[in-house]
Design a protein around this ligand. Structure first.
Ligand code: AMP
Length: 377
């Protein structure tokens, strides 16, 4: 009675999963890529048909469809039943997230047409950070302009930061509200958060998912002067600059590669660009860890999650090396081990516990969906 289809619709890909939200088991998952490309499917409706064909019998007994929506803007943060009014609100938000929300809307629209009898629920990636303290959420820019254009730090990957911080508390057998945590979500997109007592205190992404850590293809923090300089002097258009910062920066822009497995191989073979990319990545990560240790006073737990965080022992080691004076010490052997579940990787002597906790955004979205559907009766 809890089977949910979770859809994460991007501009050229559609990720999907069927999740049994009670047991937490993943029945099926996959991705349809190259939507609108030569050799791919023509559009999102066709992509969804591919999903239905793949899922076949796994579609039986669905109770809801959950949609990941990147940006909820200032007002949308609780998981919400999709109706025409919500679609209109999401359309109005598109300028805030032009790269992410329009494809999500497209996904919602084709899925609603294809599965009209099921409730569809939107779950927002910004939701968890809705209650960031004003000091962390506010940019120090002209306050009237900020208010007029809804400019604030929204934060993203919220579903993951919330899920992982709750799992960390569960794993440690400690009440969530007693913990000061730093969560490092390091995937192709990457973000850090500081969480006290289950509430977000700061996070590295801002108005858009471009701020903060160095990512697969995004720059993370840059001097905003770079944008005006490129616009004025290099005569790059706003679209060119945005595309460069989102798609051709980060590890790809510096090291020519986003996959850390390949990047490490290139470093091994003496590639200086890959080496510098890695050093910039680690340097930025360490700055955020230090900043959040200061914001929180100290951390009871630091947790690594997502593709790089869960799998790359070298990144975890280099992110935390030399921090014993700050109370953070890894156990090299535990760090080098691999396992599927949550695990501790800190030394016994470390006053901060360091964990690896696999994220499961699909499960979190499925659970949010079921709670909305249950409330509806
Ligand atoms: P995500 O966005 O969470 O799916 O993370 C994807 C990224 O995780 C990939 O681009 C890789 O850089 C990284 N990744 C996945 N598996 C490994 C691994 N075994 N070792 C190092 N990095 C990995």
């Amino acid at each position: 009675m809890s089977r949910v289809l979770v859809v994460n619709s991007g501009s050229s890909s559609l990720k999907y999963a069927v999740v049994e939200s009670d047991s937490g088991s993943m029945i099926a998952d996959g991705i349809v890529e190259r939507i609108g490309d030569d050799g791919g499917v023509p559009d999102h409706a066709a992509a969804l048909q591919v999903v239905f064909d793949e899922l076949a019998d796994d579609m039986a007994g669905l109770v809801a469809v959950g949609h990941r929506v990147v940006h909820g803007g200032p007002d949308l943060y609780r998981p919400a039943l999709v109706d025409d009014a919500l679609i209109a609100k999401l359309e109005a938000l598109s300028p805030l997230a032009p790269l992410h929300n329009p494809p999500a809307l497209l996904g919602i629209e084709v899925a609603r047409k294809a599965l009209p009898d099921l409730p569809h629920v939107a779950v927002f990636d910004t939701a968890f950070f809705h209650d960031l303290p004003p000091a962390a959420a506010t940019y120090a820019i002209d306050r009237d302009i900020a208010a007029q254009w809804n400019i604030r730090r929204y934060g993203f990957h919220g579903t993951s930061h919330q899920f992982v911080s709750e799992r960390a508390a569960e794993f440690l057998g400690v009440p969530l509200d007693s913990l000061r945590q730093i969560v490092l979500h390091l995937g192709n997109g990457a973000s850090a958060s500081a969480i006290a007592g289950g509430r977000p205190v700061d996070t590295s992404m801002g108005l858009t998912p471009m701020e903060g850590l160095v990512m697969g293809t995004r720059s993370g923090d840059i001097d905003p002067g770079i944008i005006t300089y490129l616009s004025r002097t290099a005569e790059m258009s706003v679209e060119d600059i945005e595309s460069m910062l989102n798609r051709r920066s980060g590890m790809l822009g510096l090291g020519g590669e986003i996959d850390f497995r390949v990047l490490h191989q290139r470093i091994e073979s003496g590639d200086p660009a890959a080496q510098l990319a890695y050093e910039v990545y680690i340097h930025r990560l360490r700055k955020y860890i230090g900043a959040y240790l200061a914001v929180l006073g100290s951390a009871d737990v630091i947790t690594f999650t997502a593709g790089v965080g869960e799998n790359d022992a070298a990144v975890r080691r280099d992110a935390l090396s030399g921090m014993s004076a700050l109370g953070v010490e890894l156990d090299e052997e535990l760090n080098a081990e691999r396992s599927k579940g949550a695990r501790r990787i800190s030394a016994e002597s470390s006053s901060t516990t360091v964990l690896v906790v696999p994220t499961d955004e699909e499960l979190a979205i499925a659970r949010a969906c079921v709670s909305v559907v249950t409330e509806l009766g």
